[in-house]
Design a protein. Structure first.
Lengths: 149, 149
DNA sequence: ATACAAAAATGTAATGATTACAATAAAGAG
DNA sequence: CTCTTTATTGTAATCATTACATTTTTGTAT
């Protein structure tokens, strides 16, 4: 799920059309990038990846588009911590893991639970996130601890 | 769960002691405030609530203490969106709901799921968050929509 | 008590992601 | 082709959070 995915321009335009959004070159470029790079990129990463091809692309536009996509449910905005938001094109709902040490993000294919109670609330989406140490950082930490002894 | 809770200084000091933390006046004050105001306060709210009683209390100290508490597992740091982090003294694990419109946060008493796969990861905590519209905002939105017709 | 070393708190200044806003450009309707 | 709406752009501001150097407090040993 973290490997590169392919998505055609036709598919991207269809997704935009279904959401009632006009397929501006910027929107097509952003959605194509996010959908074909399932690395949960940040707005900054998306902008710097696309600015070569679209030299006038502004960061404001990237933010506008990402928020628009998130509101219409095309992509998901993931705020793991106080740092930058990450964006995910996620046709299949799933959970996430983020390493506290290196910040890496791993998809966890798993059903998202229904809320136990919804007294009048209208739920639009669910975020399930695990945090801790990834395998690599855990081993490094163990190595350091044993060095101290 | 959202109503005011009482916690004694003795209990607060015991929690700190169990975590191996010295009971400085600032730490006692911050933990007392967070534990007795289960409104998921922000660092800013905590600081301005305590600065009257502790005039020299700095915001840096509040952040230092909150991060320390979060690392030792005494409290939970909740980042719902790109805005400020919220802090929760949560002896019983539970989920959260946040309204997209008014930002209100509602506790949902519910078990948190185990990860489906943990290939070498070491999970320290879980965050389960539902987003959408609270009852009040949903009704307001409906009223506005019907006005337009 | 007193001095010293470690831990904690403080204030200020910087950082950096995000947003506000006004101006420009592009697209669709008539 | 003109008009109106929608989208993009660039710059400047915002504001939560962090970095850092200094000061204060605490605990320990003399």
């Amino acid at each position: 799920m973290t490997k590169k995915r392919n998505i055609t321009t036709v598919e991207v335009r269809a997704i935009l059309a279904e959401a009632g959004l006009r397929p501006s070159p910027q929107r097509v470029a952003v959605l194509t990038y996010v959908a074909s790079h399932p690395i949960h990129p940040t707005a900054e990463e998306i902008h710097s990846a696309l600015v070569d091809e679209y030299p006038t692309l502004s960061k404001t536009t990237v933010y506008n588009i990402l928020h628009l996509f998130a509101e219409t449910g095309i992509i998901e905005e993931l705020q793991f911590d106080a740092a930058q938001a990450h964006f995910d094109y996620a046709p299949v709902p799933h959970a996430h893991f983020q390493c506290r040490h290196c910040g890496c993000i791993i998809d966890i294919e798993q059903m998202l639970p229904e809320p136990a109670t919804t007294e009048g609330m209208h739920i639009a989406n669910v975020m399930l996130c695990y945090k801790g140490l990834c395998e690599k950082c855990y081993k490094e930490q163990c190595a350091e601890l044993s060095k101290e002894n």
